[in-house]
Ligand binder design. Structure first.
Ligand SMILES: [Zn+2]
Length: 297
């Protein structure tokens, strides 16, 4: 069995993943803990090591995989920048540091890390909507827009480790993005940007509440910009990669009918052959996808 961990800004979730008789990965047990205030390295690693100790007690763990919310270097040892965590994380060889934290508890096992949206994509490919697909794209729609791309059955990581940032494709205008660029899909289409535009109009900032107001002219104005940003990103990855399917996950993907609405909005942007091939699905695994993927890296 292996252990997958999803490091979030508020919660750290860990899962014990084994394989059933047919070789299919199965989550056996999940444990979670609050991310320590301040998100400092020693405290966070100590919590992670504690979760690994709990889940591996009485079992032989073959390895642990950690999904981290940031871009990684090509060797998958350092983060380039985890924007919601202190800068001390970016100087750290994370697999090495976590191995030492585990050794402090008498545990020894290989440690690997991967970007959280990439883990989500691997999980969808292992047991989710992308099972049996060799070319697919996952967008995680939440506070930001994460993306993971699998091409020819392999995770796309790029020359510098920075590939598959589909949330940062240029879609419109020149509004600044949190990443340092401008005009990116995430600025328009993620929950944060949607919330800012909704609040400016005196509308509910919670995305699900706003989605329930569709038909109201004010709400539609805000939501149409969100959907348009996402539709342009979807069309762009279709033209670039010709995927079997595009899967959307994350909190916003739970809004009823959102995949159909994004698909319809993407149609005018798509060249003729792609209007036929676009297959847009909603993740069935939800947040378990990242846990599966982390366990399998
Ligand atoms: Zn950006």
């Amino acid at each position: 069995m292996r252990i997958g961990i999803d490091l979030g800004g508020h919660t750290i979730t860990a899962a014990r993943v084994s394989r059933d008789d047919s070789g299919r990965p199965v989550i056996e047990l999940v444990a979670e803990a609050q991310t320590p205030l301040g998100r400092g390295v020693p405290h966070v690693l100590s919590v992670i090591a504690g979760l690994v100790a709990d889940l591996s007690a009485g079992h032989e763990a073959e390895g642990v995989g950690l999904a981290v919310p940031g871009a990684l270097d090509a060797l998958r040892r350092h983060t380039k920048r985890m924007s919601n965590f202190p800068k001390e994380w970016d100087c750290l060889d994370i697999p090495d540091a976590l191995s030492r934290a585990l050794a402090g508890r008498g545990l020894s096992m290989p440690v690997r890390i991967e970007n959280d949206a990439n883990c989500y994509a691997l999980g969808e490919g292992a047991v989710g909507e992308a099972a049996a697909l060799s070319d697919y794209v996952v967008f995680t729609m939440g506070t930001g827009i994460g993306c993971g791309i699998v091409i020819g059955g392999r995770l796309l990581t790029g020359a510098h480790g920075l590939a598959a940032e589909g949330g940062h494709v240029v879609v419109n205008g020149n509004a600044p993005c949190g990443c340092g660029g401008m005009g990116h899909a995430e600025t328009l289409a993620a929950a944060d940007g949607t919330q800012r535009r909704a609040e400016a109009k005196g509308l509910p900032s919670d995305f699900r509440s706003l989605w329930a107001m569709r038909g109201d002219p004010g709400a539609d104005l805000v939501l149409n910009a969100t959907i348009d940003g996402m539709a342009r990103a979807v069309a762009t990855v279709c033209h670039l990669l010709d995927p079997d399917a595009i899967i959307i996950g994350g909190g916003m993907s739970r809004a009823p009918g959102i995949a159909r609405v994004i698909k319809e909005a993407a149609m005018p942007y798509l060249g003729l052959p792609y209007k036929e091939t676009l297959d847009l699905r909603v993740s069935s695994l939800g947040s378990d996808a990242a846990l599966y993927g982390a366990a399998l890296i």
